[in-house]
Design a protein around this ligand. Structure first.
Ligand code: GAL
Length: 326
């Protein structure tokens, strides 16, 4: 009997240790390697060699409210994520006061300096400070140290988005209520903004871009805070524009299936290229339980569309995705 229980316990432990996510289930609780719901809201993903790193707002329950936290997860396959820890635990860096804001962290790897450079939205509680913050680290999993904050090209900047083009050039998308949203090129060391590529005069935030078969597709959400709205896209042959009119990316009545755009990930494999829309389903009253809506998009020839969310697997080697049956 005793032996039976020991065997059972061993089976249970190995199942828990090696529990694998078999697919990506949009909008469901997404367990990390410890079985905890991933905390990487408003996030960004980069690939270094064969590893993906996902950074985002750490909003788990019980955090010390004197700090703001950014988490990091790593993955070989985009489905199973290992928690690498909170790579930022920051105290108010600039006297911003009660309920200061650090949102939408994005990390770029700068080859010349071998530094990981994190951009984030730094703000006061009333969102009037409207600046970019920068923190750097020697390793992908931190610690990231605060360097400075600024207004990119002297513009207000709230939601930010990250875009790295196929040639490796790094760009920042930033939202500026007064004018629209900007697409700007980073400087050589990534510590500042070099120049503006486009100012898209459309009130959009949560900006994201993908370069697919010779066209740039830019998406964003309307300015409705935590509440979802119909997100839209436009295309251009060049990051400098001109951009087409903005059109819906999903049936407008679904309000982007209750989500807000954060990033477009392009998975280039040996057989195919899949672009995944990465959105946040915010739960403002229980942010730790906010969900992720990932959907492989229908894209090409100037069209971008989110089919209704269904569980899927992605093969990062072949670049193919497949809907699964659960
Ligand atoms: C959203 C924005 C989020 C957060 C929120 C606060 O519009 O995308 O990142 O700032 O507003 O209301």
């Amino acid at each position: 009997m005793k032996r039976y229980f020991i065997t059972l316990a061993a089976v249970f432990i190995s199942i828990t240790l090696f529990a694998q996510n078999k697919n990506i289930d949009p909008g469901a609780v997404w367990p990390d390697n410890n079985g905890d719901h991933i905390q990487a809201h408003g996030g960004g993903i980069i690939k270094i060699k064969n590893t993906y790193y996902w950074y985002g707002e750490e909003r788990r329950k019980g955090l010390d409210t004197n700090y703001r936290y950014v988490s990091c997860y790593s993955s070989p396959d985009l489905m199973n994520w290992k928690f690498m820890g909170d790579v930022v635990k920051m105290q108010d860096p600039e006297n911003l006061g009660y309920r200061w804001i650090l949102e939408r962290p994005k990390v770029y790897y700068n080859k010349p300096t071998k530094k990981y450079v994190m951009y984030f939205h730094l703000d006061t509680r009333n969102y009037k400070y409207a600046r970019i913050g920068i923190a750097i680290s020697d390793k992908p999993d931190g610690d990231f140290k605060f360097v400075k904050s600024f207004r990119p090209l002297d513009h207000e900047s709230r939601d930010i988005g990250q875009f790295i083009d196929d040639d490796g050039t790094a760009y920042l998308v930033f939202e500026d209520r007064a004018l629209g949203f900007h697409i700007a090129k980073l400087s050589g060391d990534y510590l500042s903004i070099e120049k503006e590529m486009s100012l898209v005069k459309e009130p959009l935030e949560g900006g994201a871009i993908v370069h697919y078969k010779g066209l740039y597709y830019a998406i964003g959400s309307a300015l409705t805070g935590w509440n979802p709205n119909p997100n839209k896209y436009a295309t251009s042959k060049s990051l400098e524009g001109p951009w087409t009119e903005f059109k819906d990316i999903a049936p407008p009545e679904t309000k982007t299936y209750g989500s807000q755009s954060t990033m477009l990930i392009k998975v280039i494999g040996s057989k195919s290229t899949t672009v995944i829309y990465m959105g946040d389903q915010w739960r403002p009253k229980s942010q730790w339980d906010s969900r992720y809506l990932w959907i492989p998009v229908e894209i090409g020839e100037g069209k971008l569309w989110l089919p209704s969310p269904k569980p899927f697997t992605i093969d990062v080697k072949t670049g193919e995705f497949k809907y699964s049956n659960n």
